[in-house]
Design a protein around this ligand. Structure first.
Ligand SMILES: *Cc1c(COP(=O)(O)O)cnc(C)c1O
Length: 425
């Protein structure tokens, strides 16, 4: 929290936070770098890490991640564009969309971008393309759904028996069919799964990955040589939104994997990862100004500028995606139980429906107009998200590095105001 307090105070001093601020995103670039150091420390060298771009598809963030030496996982033309602008080389990019067009597939195979085939219809297309590009350096695998069951949040669980992703391993006859598919295609050298998600236990994730490694061994046995050289274990490591603690850590995940799937650590396979949320969530936050406060039916209500437009999941599924908030006064001093009366509070957003709340009925040190609300752990899938790519960004985003003796806070994405829009007319 000391780091976050420093950042808020510096942002006030630098007039980034002032009486006109609506909401801003902050990415702590130093903390991001430390996370990648932790990631590299937890896993041996034959693990190659990529960042799932959708978790924070901002060019400056991706550039920072590219400088740490990791790769990128992308699923759309927009994400690919951002990854390329950020400097990622084709050979360190994986393309994973479940809805790849023929043009998408052609581009990947022509340009040596790795891809994971989602289904049998896509396999037919890749078969055709491989005839035209037999010398492609793309690493190509199948995305396998190990069907290990759901975590606590069904909408993000990828490994349920009826998930939309990948080829079902446990459905009748499929394992045998996969063995044949691989045996007939020596260019299929990789296997992919994404078995975790927010709400999943490490043991459940490890179980899914063990299934894939087992399949790799079966394929290699069947063909009589090591055709599968690469295993992509995806991302999906859950993040702790309840406190400052990083748990599970990459080390805890590595330990759980070592226990359940020792073959991953033997060096026999190159292992790829595609972490998203676990890399960025705790290294970013939202700051939004309280425009008004009032009391309604005994509840203190603080109306801010951050709601469903930035925190879509939390607003619509508050029980699955709760977020912590901390208040600061207009000078950037943290509100605590010692300096402010604690009252039951709803922190509301600006959208015109009553469910547009960051949090509901929380005992919080009393917020006042012109205070700032810090929404923790929102460095992934929040201010960087635009499900509608035609909408204009409303949230400027800043990158922070250094400490309170010398901290830089630089704008990395501009937001459009109404004035900007009118001035273009
Ligand atoms: C979203 C996604 C990831 C990252 O998931 P997180 O839960 O953010 O770690 C990795 N791989 C693929 C294919 C994805 O779609």
């Amino acid at each position: 929290m000391i780091r976050k307090q420093d950042i808020v105070q510096q942002a006030v001093q630098k007039d980034i936070l002032n009486g006109e601020t609506s909401a801003i995103g902050i990415m702590d670039f130093d903390a991001l770098e430390n996370t990648i150091i932790e990631l590299n420390k937890a896993f041996p060298e034959h693990f190659v890490h990529t960042f799932a771009a959708k978790a924070n598809a901002l060019t400056a963030v991706m550039k920072k991640l590219n400088q740490t030496g990791i790769g990128a996982e992308v699923s759309s033309p927009g994400e690919l564009l951002i990854a390329k602008r950020a400097g990622f080389e084709n050979h360190s990019i994986i393309f994973d969309s479940p809805a790849k067009t023929m043009a998408d597939l052609t581009t990947c195979i022509k340009n040596d971008i790795a891809l994971n085939i989602d289904n049998l219809q896509e396999l037919e297309r890749v078969d055709v393309l491989l005839k035209s590009y037999p010398h492609t350096q793309s690493s190509i695998g199948f995305r396998i759904n190990p069907q290990i069951g759901s975590g606590a949040i069904s909408s993000t669980s990828t490994a349920t028996s009826t998930s939309k992703f990948g080829y079902a391993l446990a459905d009748s006859g499929n394992r045998q069919q996969l063995l044949e598919i691989y045996a007939e295609r020596p260019w299929l050298t990789s296997l992919h799964t994404h078995s975790g998600s927010q709400g999943c236990e490490l043991e459940l994730m490890a179980k899914g990955i063990a299934e894939i490694v087992n399949l790799a061994e079966m394929i290699n046995d069947r063909v009589g040589f090591q055709q599968i050289r690469q295993i992509d274990i995806g991302g999906g490591l859950p993040v702790n939104f309840a406190s400052e603690e990083v748990t599970p850590s990459f080390q805890q995940y590595a330990d759980a994997l070592k226990e359940a799937v020792p073959a991953l650590f033997s060096g026999k396979y190159q292992v790829k990862t595609e972490f998203g949320r676990a890399i960025v969530a705790k290294n970013g936050f939202i700051l939004t100004r309280v425009e008004y406060t009032k009391s309604m039916g005994g509840r203190h209500i603080a109306t801010t500028h951050a709601g469903a437009q930035i925190m879509t999941r939390t607003v619509f599924l508050p029980d699955s995606w709760p977020l912590r908030v901390t208040g600061f006064d207009a000078q950037g001093n943290m509100r605590t139980e010692t300096n402010s009366e604690v009252v039951d509070t709803d922190v509301a957003g600006p959208c015109c429906f009553s469910g547009d709340l960051i949090c509901k009925n929380k005992a919080l040190p009393k917020l006042e107009a012109n205070d700032y609300v810090l929404v923790h752990d929102t460095g992934g899938y929040y201010f960087s998200n635009h499900f509608d790519y035609n909408s204009l960004p409303r949230v400027p985003v800043y990158a922070v590095s250094g400490n309170s003796h010398g901290m830089s806070i630089d704008l990395i994405r501009k937001a459009d105001s109404l004035e900007d829009v009118l001035s273009r007319m």
